[in-house]
Design a protein around this ligand. Structure first.
Ligand code: BEZ
Ligand code: FE
Length: 306
């Protein structure tokens, strides 16, 4: 019993138990361990390589960069592709495409009714207004939807993650009016880059990859009875638009920009000179279950008991 072949060891690891445990966790663990045993054997992974990988994982967690690597290795987009495929199979096509949430959402942003300045104080870039309606698949307004918006600052950093930024800087929640209208003023943000040092930067250097994202703005759109939408729009003209390290650019999510829009009607947003505008409607399908309408992000969902 003390001497084991690789196959005998794998069998032991995968079958040991003193209680039923969680069958799904047992199933997934068995598959991952089996695949990893096979990888180690077939690729002749050395002990140094193995222990360097575990040290890297420890540093990854300690640096809070897990969410960068899931996006950079395509898992976030994979889950979206799988959700799209499931919709297609179920005949649930249509609506604004979903797009990855990313790891930089922060819950509890200040709320406003119908319109808000997402930026604060002096403009930090090209003055930008995004506006439109939340609609259902028949084009009918969705009243009193909540549009949660967040984006990077002029250096590509996100509040709560970049030192020196104000709490909830560039993060707001906008409740639409009875006709589903929302609008906000901000500035056109630049793209995002992974931190230049740390475990993710090391892996990307070893892979010969960059860690750049094109300019984008995130949204979580929720309304009673409607399926919560997590998405983001891309700003056209960014050189990384088709080369996002997180693979998130999608047709239908690259907004059209109108430049030199006359300021009349936008005074309540502090606009007195020609500015750049994008009109964008969010189209939500009806929720097929209460769960689908929960106004939660990915981490809030897994933090919710039950
Ligand atoms: C972002 O949306 O900025 C982001 C997405 C994935 C990984 C890192 C950042
Ligand atoms: Fe982002």
């Amino acid at each position: 019993m003390a001497e084991l072949t690789q196959a005998q060891l794998l069998e032991l690891v995968n079958t040991k138990k003193i209680a039923p445990g969680n069958p799904r966790v047992r199933q997934l663990t068995e598959r991952i361990v089996t695949d990893l045993f096979q990888t180690i054997d077939e690729l002749d992974v050395t002990p140094d390589e193995f222990w360097a990988a575990t040290a890297w994982l420890t540093r990854l967690g300690a640096a809070g960069q897990t969410g960068l690597i899931t996006a950079g290795l395509g898992f976030d987009r994979l889950l979206d592709i799988r959700a799209d495929e499931a919709d297609q199979k179920a005949g649930r096509e249509g609506g604004t495409p979903r797009a990855i949430e990313g790891p930089l959402f922060v819950a509890g942003a200040p709320t406003a009714k119908v319109e808000v300045r997402v930026d604060e104080g002096e403009p930090k870039g090209e003055v930008f207004v995004m506006e439109g309606q939340v609609l259902d698949l028949d084009g009918k307004p969705v009243p009193h939807a909540m549009v949660d918006v967040w984006h990077a600052n002029e250096k590509g950093g996100y509040s709560h993650f970049m030192p020196g930024m104000q709490p909830y800087e560039l993060r707001r929640r906008i409740e639409t009016d009875a006709k589903g209208f929302y609008r906000f003023r901000s500035f056109l943000p630049p793209g995002y880059a992974i931190p230049p040092t740390g475990p993710v930067a090391e892996l990307f250097a070893a892979l010969g990859r960059h860690g750049q994202r094109p300019a984008h703005i995130h949204f979580l759109v929720a309304a009673p009875g409607m399926r919560t939408l997590t998405t983001q729009v891309n700003i056209p003209g960014d050189s990384y638009i088709d080369d996002d390290f997180a693979f998130a650019t999608r047709d239908g999510l690259i907004v059209a920009l109108e430049r030199n829009v006359a300021p009349a009607g936008y005074e309540s947003l502090g606009i007195t000179a020609p500015f750049t505008r994008s009109v964008f409607n969010f189209v939500l399908p009806r929720a097929a279950s209460e769960d689908e309408a929960l106004p939660l992000t990915r981490m809030e969902r897994v933090a919710t008991p039950g």
